[in-house]
Structure formats: structure tokens, C-alpha cells
Ligand binder design. Sequence first.
Ligand SMILES: NC(=O)c1ccc[n+]([C@@H]2O[C@H](COP(=O)([O-])OP(=O)(O)OC[C@H]3O[C@@H](n4cnc5c(N)ncnc54)[C@H](O)[C@@H]3O)[C@@H](O)[C@H]2O)c1
Length: 355
Amino acid sequence: MTGKYRVLVVGMGKRGMHHAATFHANDQFEVAGICDIDRARLEAAAPKLGHPETSADASALAQAVRPDVFCFCTLPNLRLEMIQIGVASGARLIAFEKPIAMSSAEAMEIKKALEGGGVKAVVSHQHRYGAHYRRVKEVIASGALGRIHTVYGTATGWMMHLLSHLIDYMRWYNNGVEAEWVMAQASGRGKLAADAHVSPDYIAGFIQFANGVRGIVECGAGAPDVPEVDYWWRKVRIGAQGTDGFAEVLTGGGWRAVTKTGSSSGPGSMNYDLDMPPYIQDMAEWLDDDNKVHPCNFQSAYKGHEILMGLCRSVVEGGQVALPLTEGADELELLKTRLPEKRVLFSTPANVKEY
Ligand SMILES: NC(=O)c1ccc[n+]([C@@H]2O[C@H](COP(=O)([O-])OP(=O)(O)OC[C@H]3O[C@@H](n4cnc5c(N)ncnc54)[C@H](O)[C@@H]3O)[C@@H](O)[C@H]2O)c1
């Protein structure tokens, strides 16, 4: 492509600004429009982004700008509506934030809308661009761990903030193999009632992958501490175990591996300034060439979301849940009706003030 891809970014909060500033800094993109219902945010953002068109009305702006890329970074309550606006605008690519939806029913509608419109879509699981995240992937791919039998992920932050990240990188470490079933338990209603990222306070579960690899996840108030990391939101541990060793990444604390030939480790901490430029660049590559599919493509994120919602269904229904899901449901509403009133129990004092 010789001209620049025109981008519209909706939501000028923390993540919207990360996206807009990174598009603006990339020669292959031009920020043509920005949108927020908060006027002050719009006015503060515009001069930093080359004075694009502004509006509080995403649909009207999308029709006026006709962007190549429709990007939205609103809180999780706004997903399907924004996808529909993006598809109607004629955008070739929609970039949006995790979690992809608040229910399996909504995710299925989003999938249908994207496929119907023939639109590429990318979901912001950009931690994988971190050098420490990639190092673990390299160790796994090198065969140094032998035959992988387990992938795992834990985070003390709550489900709708962090579980899609954990699952996305576990799937990556397991080469994107399909999940066959999941089973889970959950506890604590605090974040179900009073948070934009509606979640049980704690969820723990198992994933059966088609290659026999076991996935183990824990997210929230009861998840184990990651004592190597001080910053609470980065107390995230994701890794793989094989017949010859293990390798794991800590979002805020580097990576380490133990293999037959010895142990190794290195630094690294999640950093938006480092992770966003290649994440955005890969959108240009995919727009330029259909074969250069973005690593954070929607199809992959959708499979992760099915796992997430399958885990919630298991909490509600009991027992194992087969994947892929065939019927949509509203899993978070079901959790609200079924989770007991008992207060969650904590794994670490640091979690008490967060829940
Ligand atoms: N990928 C990551 O590493 C990462 C990190 C943090 C947050 N997130 C995700 O990013 C998303 C946004 O989080 P945030 O922290 O940037 O939120 P935020 O509250 O800072 O920003 C959201 C913005 O959307 C605007 N908005 C709301 N309704 C709108 C509408 N109808 N039209 C236009 N604008 C509207 C709000 O006014 C606000 O400015 C969430 O889904 C969150 O889970 C991802």
C-alpha cells in the first residue's frame, strides 16, 4: 500500500490513548478520527494525534471518516455495538480490546458480524510481544523441555481483566491446539456486583487440549502469590512443563527455564511502550498481505473466549463442559444467580485490599 491506512479510535481512556499514539507514531497509519463521550478527553487527545476529526458519536464519525481500521478501546460493556459500527463503516480491520465479549452469546454474534462483513479483526493480547514472553515460547519450540504435558497460568487480578490473557498465552505455548473440554470452580461475588470487569472473585479450572496437554488456570483472590513480582497487577505466572523441564514467564519478573542441560533465566517486564509498536505494525502487515495473519487475530481470541466462558459454565452447571460451545448463553448473569453468598478466601494479604 502506498498511502497511509486511515484509523478511527473510539475511547480515549488509558488503552485508547496507547493505541492512538502508537498508530500516530507509525508511518503506515494516519489517525483520521477519534471519539469519546467525554469531551475533555477528546480535546486533550486531539493535539497529540495530529488534530484528527473528533466526535462523541462513534457511528456518525465512522460514517464520516470511512476508516480502513476501526479501533475501539471502551470498557467491556461495549463490544457488539462497536463491532456493528465498525463493520457498517466499511473498515477492513477492526482492532479492539480484550475481553472480546461479556458472554458466549455476544461473542457468537460478534463472530457472525465479522465473518458476514468479511472484516479482519485483532484483539489486544499484546503481552506476547514482550521479550520475556517470547523467550519462553522459543524455549518450548526448541524442544528443550521434551514433550510438553502441562501449560499453566495464574494471576491475582480478576477474571475479566486477566483470564483471557492467561488463556491466550497458554494456547500460544501449546501451539494453538483446540480445547476439548473444561471444568472449573469459582468463589466470591464482590466483583460480580460492582465492577465493569464483571467476574467471580476467584476462578480455578482445568482445560483438556486435543493433544493431551493439560491446562491449569487460576485467576483472582485465591490464586497463588507471585512473590518474585512486587507490582500487584503483574503477579502473573504462565508456563509450560515437559518431560525434560519447564519454562515460565512472570509478567513483571522476567523468565526462567530448567532443562536437561541446566537452568537459565533473563529479565523482562510488561511494557506498553515496547509491546504496542510491533502489535500495531503487525496490523499493517496483515492489511498489506492476507497471508501475514496477525498473531492476535480474532479467530484465535474467540477460541480462548470459548474456554473462558466454558469455565464459567462449568461453575454454573457443574461437571465438565465440552468445547466448542454450540449454543450461546449469558454466563456472567448465570454466575450472579448461582454463586453462593460466601465471602472469598484469600491466598495472600495483598489480595485482601483488592477484593
Ligand atoms: N490489553 C491490555 O493490556 C489492557 C490493559 C488495560 C485495559 N485493557 C482493556 O481495555 C479496555 C479499556 O480499558 P481502559 O482502562 O482504557 O478504560 P478507560 O475507562 O480508561 O477508557 C474507556 C474510554 O471509553 C470511553 N467511552 C465509554 N463509552 C463510550 C462510547 N459510547 N463512545 C465513545 N467512547 C466511550 C470512556 O469515556 C473512556 O474514556 C477494557 O476492556 C480493558 O479490559 C486492556
